[in-house]
Design a protein around this ligand. Structure first.
Ligand code: GRF
Length: 204
């Protein structure tokens, strides 16, 4: 069983999907920078240890978070709607151990408001990515992606609603692969099916 810590800031629907899944991994602790996060209530109801960390002092916040990760012997940190940017000091400490889910087909559209930007650019395809986290925002090796079609009558809300369902599947699928050691790092090379992963795994 792989011990996992999940970072959240909001509603926590990805956290719920992970809690329902937990195949080969154990969610030991949920960390939120936001006392109002809906995901905290979910963690509490499910009996998962949870901690709110005030992120206004980033250095202190990150060192507290690091302590928790170490105490829980976590081998994987999942950012599931976590809306703070981690320092490269932190991401280096947990190099190749932090993943994030982002609602775009990275490297396109890092940052916020991805759905609206996809519509503004009249893109025909949108999607979500799970990637390893490095010192840059929504950057680092992409592990897996899922795609949706954008129709002319789509809005940012309709895209978000369609995509979130697929995000849940993508995240649980990807964490499962890591927990089962089907994906692993060999030095700086991500291995999948005993070969370097050259492009993201596409989940239909
Ligand atoms: C998801 O769309 C995630 O990709 C983005 O924030 C949203 C979080 O939703 N970064 P939830 O809190 O998991 O419901």
């Amino acid at each position: 069983m792989m011990n996992v810590v999940v970072f959240i800031s909001g509603r926590g629907s990805n956290l719920t999907a992970l809690l329902d899944d937990q195949q080969g991994y154990n969610i030991k602790h949920v960390i939120s920078n936001n006392t109002e996060a809906g995901g905290l209530k979910i963690a509490h109801e499910r009996g998962i240890t949870n901690t709110v960390i005030n992120w206004s002092d980033k250095v202190r916040a990150e060192s507290f978070a690091a302590e928790i990760i170490n105490q829980e012997s976590a081998e994987l940190v999942i950012l599931a709607g976590f809306m703070r940017i981690l320092s490269s000091n932190f991401t280096d400490t947990f190099n190749q151990k932090i993943i994030n889910i982002h609602p775009s087909l990275l490297p396109d559209y890092p940052g916020l408001n991805t759905h609206q930007r996809v519509i503004d650019d009249q893109r025909g395809i949108h999607g979500a990515s799970v990637h390893y986290v490095d010192g840059q925002l929504d950057h680092g090796q992409v592990i897996s992606q899922t795609k949706i079609k954008v129709n002319t009558n789509d809005t940012a809300t309709s895209l978000a609603n369609q995509l979130i369902q697929k995000e849940h599947k993508l995240l649980t699928f990807t964490v499962g692969l890591i927990a089962e050691h089907k994906i692993y790092w060999e030095k700086n090379c991500l291995i999948y099916h005993n070969q370097p992963l050259l492009e993201p795994i596409l989940l239909k």
